[in-house]
Design a binder for this molecule. Sequence first.
Ligand code: ADP
Ligand code: MG
Length: 697
Amino acid sequence: MTDVPSIFASKVFNDETMQERLPKEAYDALKETIESGSPLDISVANIVANAMKDWAIEHGCTHYTHWFQPMTGVTAEKHDSFISPSGNGKVIMEFSGKELIKGEPDASSFPSGGIRATFEARGYTTWDPTSYAFIKGNTLCIPTAFMSYTGDILDKKTPLLRSMDRINQESIRILKLFNKDVKRVNATVGPEQEYFLIDKKIYDQRKDLKYTGRTLFGARPPKGQQLEDHYFGALKSRVADFMQELDEELWELGIYSKTEHNEVAPAQHELAPVFTTVNIAADHNQLTMEAMKRIALKHDMVCLLHEKPFAGVNGSGKHNNWSLSTNTGENLFKPGKKPEENTQFLLFLAAVIKGIDEYQDLLRLSVATAGNDHRLGGDEAPPAIISMFIGDDLQAVVDAIIEGTDYESHGKILMGTGAQVLPKIKRDTTDRNRTSPFAFTGNKFEFRSLGSALNISCPNIMLNTILAEELSQFSDILEKSSNFESDCRKLIRKTFKEHQRILFNGDGYTDEWVEEAKQRGLLNLKSTPEALSHYIVDKNLKLFEKQRIFTNREVYARYEILLENYINVVNIEALTMLDMAKKDILPSVSAFTAELANTIQAKAAVSANISTKAEVDLLERLSIMLEKFSETIDKLEENLIQAANYKDDIQKHAEFYCDYVLASMQDLRKISDEMEMSVSSKYWPYPSYGQMLFSIQ
Ligand code: ADP
Ligand code: MG
């Protein structure tokens, strides 16, 4: 049995290790940097680097890398060894403060949205001392931010750190008004991660999974998730072994992997860590996804992180549980026993409500990817409409404040289970609403629209920035007030009143909600190109500039990178489909129909009395479908050619892919899936949905 406490964080250069290995002055100086963000002196950096190197070498490291998160969505690393020539043909192991603090990877191969011309290939990575260095294999990994030579940011970590500063400052400003002396407010996040595991041998036979991460063809299996027998079901031993190895690796990295269980769909699972400060949660989530993929392979499985690997089966998401906590241990979203009297909580709630209403588009676009478009609004994940669920009790508080009436609390109800041996449990005052994109869950908000593959930085940048903006507006008003309590109440009431349209406690999956949301004037940004077009609207540019998260140039760059990525993803999918359709599916169906024709002839040659009706019917049907299939291949090819006409306008280009290329892809799939249902499995060129989803025994 693994001794968890002894391995936990054994591969992390964390506070405990630093305290152990650094001289007191160096430790104090570094701690000051971590806690207050003050710049680090190079002499201290030298001492830290040396201690880190010694520690890493003791753990078998030969290399170090600046580990960063460029706009590709995956993490990047360039490995350098510690060796340095010592003059006599020998080497010594060295690592300087300068090497710790700054790296210069060639930036030209990372997306920059036109910010960095290739001739200015220089880019910098800089150490984020608030996220601990860690060991992966034989390499010391140093979490870093990434920017261009000109100082424009090219990664996901820097804006997240900036947004953390902003939410920190603005929360402290508000808390001062409540006479609270707080030094630091951190956004905390616990991301629940869903994923699929399938057998590697089966995976290898599917070009679509290999090239695009999702199945582009495939008829529904007779058994899907109808029986709901997979959710929380007993783990298969291969999966259990995988999870154990994963947990151990994550624990060594100091990641609080806590909950693992089967999910709703066959072959689907979930991992939830205990929450932590958001930039660390983001680093940890990237590491978790990376470890999942790597460790699955060791067990002859493939981990699929795509948002929708299988049509007709639930896709995978990520729930971003987000809250704010102070260095004094207070959770700012904790309503307490009497939320109706908790002015501070109500003010923060009002800021969230106003922020989500005013910046629905930013939340929506922060989760917009080609893959996630297949999930949102598909009756398995929240709709593309952003709304907020606060539960019946809190809603009643809000309503009472708006109406100016008294609120009567119902308290928690004691629930009996009917069985004497079981203890009575307190029922939560409100049931869960799984259909809401943004739900208050007791002392945190759960943003549920994230796709499983997403880097969680972007949605959290939005949440922190939006809230910082709203809090700053509140402070501007309240700092001038001579009657704080009364003015604060008035402000809360006014805010609830003006922004209550964003609150929705009903079923978000229904058509009625789509209609009602429209009446309320809420946005319904169905596709990624539509959502991304809001990145560059005036109010959002102003917000980012005012909160010093992105310059306008950086916003435009991000907008372009994300659209470009969308176009590339759909383009690769279309090309993969054409490859599969032309090289495998069409020839297979044709071969099967040839066999049918031969059988019909052979039977007829024996005797005219032998019925060939079944074969003839099937042959006729399949031949008609195959003709249509071939026509749709042509149509898709034509669309791809036409798409090139929009190359000069990236927004239109992406929209064309969304409206036309994807539509032909869907048509092509539909015919193929129909044919799959009628073609002998001996002839079908790919493993079926049934084989993929039930591949692990
Ligand atoms: P669910 O019922 O949706 O699975 P849980 O209550 O198990 O939700 O918690 C889900 C996630 O929320 C976990 O990662 C947990 O650590 C995280 N969480 C709990 N409290 C907070 C908080 N204050 N801030 C951020 N995340 C939190
Ligand atoms: Mg959840």
